[in-house]
Design a protein around this ligand. Sequence first.
Ligand code: PLP
Length: 404
Amino acid sequence: MNIQEIRKDFPILHQEVFGHPLVYLDNAATTQKPQCVIDTIRHYYEKDNSNIHRGVHSLSERATKDYEATRETIRGFFNAKSTKEVIFTRGTTESINLVASSWGGANIGKDDEILITHMEHHSNIVPWQMLCERTGAKLKVIPMNEAGELDLVAYAELLNERTKLVGVVHMSNALGTINPIADMIQQAHQVGAKVLVDGAQAAAHIPTDIQALDIDFYATSAHKMYGPTGVGVLIAKEALLNAMPPYQGGGDMILMVTFEKTQYNALPHKFEAGTPNIAGVIGFGAALKYIQNIGFDAIMQREKELLNYATKKAQAFAGLKQIGIAKDKACVLSFVLDGVHPHDLGTILDHEGVAIRAGHHCAMPVMQFYKVPATARASFSIYNTEAEVDALFEALEKARNMFA
Ligand SMILES: Cc1ncc(COP(=O)(O)O)c(C=O)c1O
């Protein structure tokens, strides 16, 4: 993989911040966008902008064709069984809320149990808490160890015939841990529970075969995969979707409306009420093709090299404590530095041109587990270089000296 060639695809990287070349290490929050994605969105607005599905004119036909073509691209990318199983949403958060509200509302009752992990993003906690409040179901948590790995013995013990859903993050945004979802899904299915996989972080780093893994519900966001913000996907088994009530009512999700009764549209449209983010969806398609052109073998190998390089530097850096050292992890270096609050660190690093994230990463229970208010997090992507990792540690050195 030629990193310098890849960097040329991302115009935003070529700028200075406070007189330093930008070092963008906040990829877990959102990735940057390659020129092909920007061009695709621009082309749509310049040539094809129009509403989809209902139009009889050429622009609407083109927009509809490109929108639906992305559905097929997504189906292929994640190996879903059919495009009927691919529902466009605003992102991971909305996908999970859709499942909690629609499937959860129809299938979860008092004393049922929903099992999630200690390392979930708030997006995969709060919708289930809200469902539990409405239904009287119980939220249970799979614990983790100091390294940031799930306790699979405890998981097996927590699973029982009352468990109706297991919600698990494929890759933790706060720790980088990659969870053993294949085994976890099998175990959940043995007690008849459905599984929702939060793929927000993993989707750009690890190939995910939804059929091979037998995932019931899969949620992810385009913006973490080099695509635009405000668009994502829910992929779910057709039989489950067919049995679920619509999430929102409105245009496009209907076949026939009278004041007495509405007949809902077929899948996937039943779950896509209102004018969607058409440009975003089409841009998402371009982003997935960009990933496919590079290929996951090259992506995984490169990102592993980078993480190893950064991890070695972190281990040698006095006063730095890594948060999350799972054996199986990707692309995230979360840490605290003795005597420097992560927020101060974030500001000092920004003045050196280095963009990291400091905070709870929308995973407050992870912070509670490690008894820290926040961590600093550098997260890497295919366009990052060893020189940028060096710049991160040089900036950390400055911060450490300032507070010494
Ligand atoms: C693991 C994980 N889940 C869910 C989300 C929420 O994604 P979005 O804000 O795109 O809906 C994120 C975003 O940071 C995440 O990292």
